[in-house]
Design a protein around this ligand. Structure first.
Ligand code: PMM
Length: 260
């Protein structure tokens, strides 16, 4: 899943793809590099970023969502807003990717159900940097799994078909660096929940924790390493900026052979 952030303020690529023509070119190049899905987002969730309305969000991403879907590209819309999920589904989006897993907007579970889209339910306690953000866990892997299943139950109760649900631990969201790594190291537990699993490690700050003194360690390389592990563990999708690196890692995991 290639990331297309049409935002002025995302941590890694903010402002790069605000021009619609450039955004579309970038999405196409990610598909050419091996992305099966393009995840289009218009609102950054980095700590301290400004919350925006569904209207503002749609003005940023609507054109790209519609154009990509019209080209036959599978589009996922990264939004916490029910209104955006609804509009994206109307113009052909295939997935709703809600980092709050149906929690931030009370209308989202019903919008997901009505959309007919597949839905990514991400583990969620609150917006990064908000008072609801909480890093206390008795056992981070067990707690994230249990809280995720409770979120899944809520959206299923609103009418979302369980067969259309994927789950995501939300690396970096209400998770300290070592807690994100604990989830990466136990990704099999997430796969064991019985839903397709999405992992979004790409370029996140927690990756630096395992770099040590290795001069070749960078966040894209670390992301590709996590992709390789995730693919071996049966993870359904990884959400990444550098698609070529992760596509190579997926192929290597499938064949057991290093590729040039
Ligand atoms: N992370 C971000 C945004 N959306 N969606 C899913 N499903 N999983 C994630 O881990 C996730 C996400 C934040 O990263 P970005 O600023 O690079 O988009």
């Amino acid at each position: 899943m290639g990331i297309l952030n049409v935002t002025p303020d995302s941590f890694s690529d903010g402002g790069l793809w605000s021009d619609p023509a450039r955004a579309l070119d970038h999405a196409r190049s990610m598909v050419a590099d091996g992305a099966d899905l393009v995840d289009v987002g218009g609102e950054s969730t980095r700590p301290g970023s400004a919350r925006i309305t569904a209207e503002e969000e749609w003005s940023r991403i609507g054109e790209a969502v519609e154009a990509l879907a019209a080209e036959g590209i599978l589009v996922s819309v990264d939004t916490v807003h029910a209104g955006t999920a609804r509009r994206a589904a109307e113009v052909g989006a295939a997935l709703v990717n809600d980092v709050s897993g149906g929690r931030a907007d009370p209308g989202m579970p019903a919008a997901m159900a009505a959309s007919g889209c597949a839905c990514i339910i991400q583990h969620w306690r609150g917006f990064p940097g908000s008072p609801q953000e909480d890093f206390a866990y008795a056992d981070v892997v067990a707690d994230v799994c249990a809280e995720l299943l409770a979120q899944v139950d809520s959206v299923v109760a609103a009418g979302v078909d369980p067969a259309r649900i994927a789950v995501d631990p939300g690396l970096g969201f209400s998770l300290l660096h070592d807690q994100s790594w604990a989830l990466v190291d136990s990704v099999e537990s997430l796969v064991g929940l019985g839903y397709p699993v999405v992992v979004g490690a790409s370029r996140k700050r927690f990756l630096a924790l395992r770099g040590g003194d290795d001069p070749g360690w960078d966040r894209d390389r670390a992301t590709a390493e996590i992709t390789r592990r995730a693919a071996r563990a049966g993870v359904w999708a990884v959400r990444v900026h550098d698609v070529a690196g992760s596509a190579r890692a997926v192929r290597e995991a499938a064949t057991g052979k290093e590729q040039a």
